[in-house]
Design a protein around this ligand. Structure first.
Ligand code: 5AD
Ligand code: SF4
Length: 467
């Protein structure tokens, strides 16, 4: 994606799957990006065929699966400390006569492989993201006492092998859904592990994407977010035999009855083609939000990062997008303290941010990832410099986000109602720009798209009165 992250791996997302129906239970804990959230659901679906149902309580799980993220250091360390905690829960459960298998999936599994068994012998099963279709078999082996490591993959298409989610499960997961259309990355940014953990770029065939989208819509999903590590690199043979890009695909998906909103993430600046930009002008279902990471505003650093574009190219691209969709919410990712980054380089990043004025952004201190070219570069910066730069950048980004949020006050637009609100009498939804919006429960039912007027803002949350 360029990797898209739910709060960028800080907060784990607990991902439930099927409802308990007796039989065995699986507890899945998901770290990192939306692709992992999606994969966790697919793994739960796959295990459902073998009689496993999801639980949100680890103590009652016969299988605990950690779906891990390797994008930054702390994420892997968190996995090891979590495994320590799980070992205690397993002990308690075994004392009471139960069983608990422990599996590690995701990018840490892919990157560390057998090392995980060495550092955490309590683990029964290690499975990388390219081999999830082998999960049920791997689990059977592990249950017979074998330690299983599944990280080798050839040309199999993981898209083909996982079962489609059942209608009732989709409905239970809500009115918004992820749909994976592309996996892997060939860009090899010098800081990034994704090309190593997720493999090379693969696009999912149109027919499979449409089948899954139809299924989602049939189960009541109103908003679909297309996922890919490099989602706008997606391409495939269209229904007319012609080569389609993501723009064409979005137009086709919008024809599915019930699909009211479309999003996609994460995009690479080099893969934003004319048709995709035109979709932001012509396709009402395509929401005005674009996550388009730039990482740095310095050409010298962009080159060292192997981003293969300059700051000016990126700014020109945003100008083209804004020319067709002036009110688009731009979102981005930034890395501060890449090896060799000078004060002037960092200033160039701040300068780019001032020009773009992001509605939302994620920023990180550079973390050397073993095996990536960046880790071996000269000029690694002291933590303190990284800390200071991160603070300065985040203050600027927060200011712009605040301005964007404030600019919605008094505006009228449609909100998709997604779930009950935290307080009685409220429901929670999203604006076209992906902002949380609180509406009165009289505004409509979950799944409705209702016109509202924004009365006020608290933090990044909008509060609506029905228009
Ligand atoms: N150090 C810090 N941040 C990183 N990211 C990816 N790799 C690293 C790294 N080694 C950030 C990038 C990417 C986002 C998902 O995570 O900004 O877009
Ligand atoms: Fe994104 Fe670059 Fe990593 Fe690919 S290598 S996922 S383009 S950051």
């Amino acid at each position: 994606m360029e990797h898209i992250e739910i709060d960028r791996a800080a907060e784990p997302v607990i991902g439930p799957g099927t409802q308990p129906q007796g039989g065995k239970k699986v507890f899945v804990k998901t770290y990192g990006c939306q692709m992992n959230v999606y994969d966790s659901q697919r793994m739960t679906d796959a295990l459902g065929v073998d009689g496993y149902s999801a639980t949100e309580r680890m103590e009652e799980a016969d299988l605990v699966l950690l779906n891990t993220c390797h994008i930054r250091e702390k994420a892997a360390e968190k996995v090891y400390s979590e495994l320590g905690r799980i070992r205690e829960v397993k002990r308690e459960r075994e004392k009471a006569g139960g069983e608990m298998m422990i599996g590690v999936a995701g990018c840490v599994a892919q990157a560390e492989g057998r090392e995980i068994l060495r550092r955490a012998p309590v683990v029964d099963l290690v499975i990388g993201p390219q081999t999830y279709h082998r999960l049920p078999d791997a689990l059977r082996k592990a249950r017979s006492g074998e330690k299983v490591v599944e990280t080798e993959y050839a040309v199999e298409d993981k898209f083909e092998h996982l079962p489609q989610p059942r209608r009732t499960e989709i409905a239970r997961r809500g009115v918004t859904a992820f749909l994976s259309v592309q996996e892997g990355c060939d860009k090899f940014c010098t800081f990034c592990v994704v090309p190593y953990t997720r493999g090379s770029e693969v696009s999912r065939p149109v027919s499979q994407i449409l089948a899954e989208a139809e299924k989602l819509a049939g189960a009541g999903v109103r908003e679909i977010t297309l996922l890919g590590q490099n989602v706008n690199a997606w391409h495939g043979e269209g229904l007319d035999g012609a080569e389609w890009g993501l723009g064409r695909l979005l137009f086709r998906l919008a024809e599915i009855s019930g699909v009211a909103r479309l999003r996609y993430t994460t995009s690479h600046p080099r893969d934003m083609d004319d048709e995709l930009i035109a979709a932001h002008r012509d396709l009402a279902e395509l929401m005005p939000y674009l996550h388009l990471p730039v990482q740095s505003g310095s050409d010298r650093i962009l080159k060292a990062m192997n981003r293969r574009h300059k700051a000016a190219d990126y700014l020109a691209l945003i100008e083209r997008i804004r020319a067709v969709q002036p009110d688009i919410a731009m979102s981005g990712d930034f890395i501060v303290g890449f090896p060799g980054e000078t004060d002037a380089d960092f200033e160039a990043t701040l300068d780019l941010v001032r020009q773009v004025r992001y509605a939302q952004a994620f920023s990180f201190k550079y973390s050397p990832r073993p095996g990536t070219p960046g880790a071996d570069m000269k000029g690694h910066l002291p933590e303190q410099v990284k800390d200071e730069r991160l603070q300065q950048l985040q203050a600027l980004l927060a200011e712009h986000q605040h301005d964007f949020t404030q600019s919605r006050v008094g505006m009228r637009f449609d909100v998709l109602i997604e779930k009950p609100g935290r307080r009685p009498g409220q429901r929670a939804g999203r604006s076209p720009w992906l902002q949380p919006v609180i509406v009165d429960e009289t505004a409509g039912e979950i799944g409705d798209i209702v016109p509202v007027r924004i009365a006020r803002v608290e933090g990044t949350t909008l509060f609506a009165e029905t228009a």
